[in-house]
Design a protein around this ligand. Structure first.
Ligand code: NAD
Ligand code: LMR
Length: 332
C-alpha cells in the first residue's frame, strides 16, 4: 500500500537479541532498506533480556543518530508480547552462540526453551501473515520449537537460516573459479545448519557454465563440502567469536528474497517439511526454494543421486535426534 509519494505504509519488524553481535550488524541493513526495499518504512521492535537492556539503549541511541529516513519508530523492550505485537517480519536471533569446543546441537538445551515462550507470543500477538526467520542455533530445531508453539500461524511462515551456508558455498566457488560471486547461481543447501549439511552443486552455474563441469568431483565432495560445513567453527577459532556480519548479511538476503522475490533463482531456506523429497513431515529442513509473491515455494522434482540421497538421509537422522531431544518443548 502506498502513502502517495511512492512510500508504502510502515511495517513492523521485530528483532530478538537486538543488542548482540548479529543484531548490531543486522539492524543497520534493515534500517537502510536492504531487506524490505528502499520505499518501505519500518518500525523496529527490539527484544532483549533484562541484562541486555542497557546495551540495547545504546544501540537505539546509535540507530537514532543514524537518522535513517525509513525508520518510522523504534521500540526497545524485554517483553516478547510487546516486541512481536502486530509484527509483519520477525528475526529470531537472541540466544547463546557456541564456543569453539561445542557443536551447534550442544546449544539445544540452553537455547531451545527460549523459542517456546517466543513461539507462544508470536501466536498471540503477531500479524497472522508474519514471516519468521530463525537464526539462533541450533536454528532448524529452534524454528521447529517456535512453530510448534504457534499453532494459529501456518507452518510455512516459520523458516530457519541456511542462507549463510549457501553464501559460503558461493564464495568458495567464486574464489576457485576466479569470478565474482554474482556469476554463481542456483547452488543451495540441503538439510540442517550443522556439519552434516549438503551444499549441492549439481544445478549450480558458474558464469553460465554447469558447476559440475567447472569443478572436479573430488573438490566438490571433499574440500568444498568440508569448508562450507565447518566454516562456522573456523570463524569462531579465528575471530574468537561466532560469525556476525556475514550472518546478518545472510539474514538480510533470506528475508529480502522472501519479501521481494528471488527473481526465479533457487535459494536455500529451511522450513517445516510437507514430505518433500521424502523428508518426514514437520522436520525443519533446508530445501531448494524459490520465492514469489511473498511465498516460499519448494522446488520439487530435482533428481537426487546416491550421494545427495545419503546426505539427505544423514540430515534427516540428525534432525530426528534433535527433535527427540526437545520433544517436551513441542507442546504435544
Ligand atoms: P550474542 O551473544 O552476541 O548476542 C545474542 C543476544 O541475544 C544477546 O544480546 C543476549 O542478551 C540476547 N538474548 C539471549 N536470550 C534472549 C532471549 N530469550 N530473548 C531476547 N534476547 C536474548 O550472539 P550472536 O553472535 O548475535 O549470535 C546469536 C545466535 O545466532 C547464536 O545462537 C548463534 O549461534 C547464532 N548464529 C546462527 C547463524 C546461522 O547461520 N543460522 C550464524 C551465526 C550465528
Ligand atoms: C555459523 O555458521 O557461523 C554460526 O552458526 C555460528 C556457529 O556456531 O557455527
Amino acid at each position: 500500500m502506498s502513502e502517495g509519494n511512492g512510500m508504502k505504509k510502515s511495517i513492523r519488524v521485530a528483532v530478538t537479541g537486538a543488542a548482540g553481535n548479529i543484531g548490531y550488524a543486522l539492524l543497520w541493513r534493515i534500517a537502510s532498506g536492504d531487506c524490505f526495499g528502499t520505499n518501505q518504512p519500518v518500525t523496529l521492535q527490539l527484544l532483549e533480556i533484562p541484562p541486555g537492556m542497557q546495551r540495547l539503549d545504546g544501540v537505539i541511541m546509535e540507530l537514532k543518530d543514524s537518522a535513517f529516513p525509513l525508520v518510522h519508530g523504534i521500540v526497545g523492550t524485554d517483553e516478547p508480547n510487546i516486541a512481536f505485537k502486530e509484527a509483519d517480519a520477525i528475526f529470531l536471533v537472541g540466544s547463546r552462540p557456541r564456543t569453539k569446543d561445542m557443536d551447534r546441537s550442544d546449544l539445544v538445551a540452553a537455547n531451545g526453551p527460549i523459542f517456546v515462550g517466543q513461539g507462544k507470543a508470536i501466536d498471540a500477538v503477531a500479524s497472522p501473515n508474519v514471516k519468521v526467520i530463525t537464526v539462533g542455533n541450533p536454528c532448524n530445531t529452534n524454528a521447529l520449537i517456535a512453530c510448534a508453539n504457534a499453532p494459529s500461524i501456518p507452518s510455512r511462515q516459520f523458516t530457519a537460516m541456511t542462507r549463510l551456508d549457501q553464501n559460503r558455498a558461493v564464495g568458495q566457488m567464486a574464489e576457485r573459479a576466479g569470478v565474482s560471486a554474482s556469476k554463481i547461481h542456483d547452488v543451495f543447501i540441503w538439510g540442517n545448519h550443522a556439519n552434516t549439511m549438503y551444499p549441492d552443486p549439481r544445478f549450480g552455474t558458474v558464469d553460465g557454465k554447469i558447476a559440475t563441469d567447472v569443478f572436479d568431483r573430488e573438490w566438490l565432495q571433499g574440500p568444498f563440502l568440508d569448508t562450507v560445513a565447518t566454516r562456522g567453527k573456523a570463524i569462531i577459532v579465528a575471530r574468537g567469536a561466532s560469525s556476525a556480519a556475514s550472518a546478518a548479511s545472510a539474514a538480510t538476503d533470506h528475508m529480502r528474497d522472501w519479501w521481494q522475490g528471488s527473481n526465479g533463482r533457487i535459494v536455500s531456506m529451511a522450513l517445516p517439511s510437507e514430505g518433500w523429497y521424502g523428508v518426514p513431515e514437520g522436520l525443519v529442513f533446508s530445501f531448494p526454494c524459490r520465492c514469489e509473491n511473498g511465498d516460499v515455494i519448494v522446488v520439487e522434482g530435482l533428481p537426487v543421486d546416491s550421494f545427495a540421497q545419503s546426505k539427505i538421509d544423514e540430515n534427516v537422522a540428525v534432525l530426528l535426534e534433535e527433535r527427540d531431544a526437545v520433544s517436551e518443548l513441542l507442546g504435544n
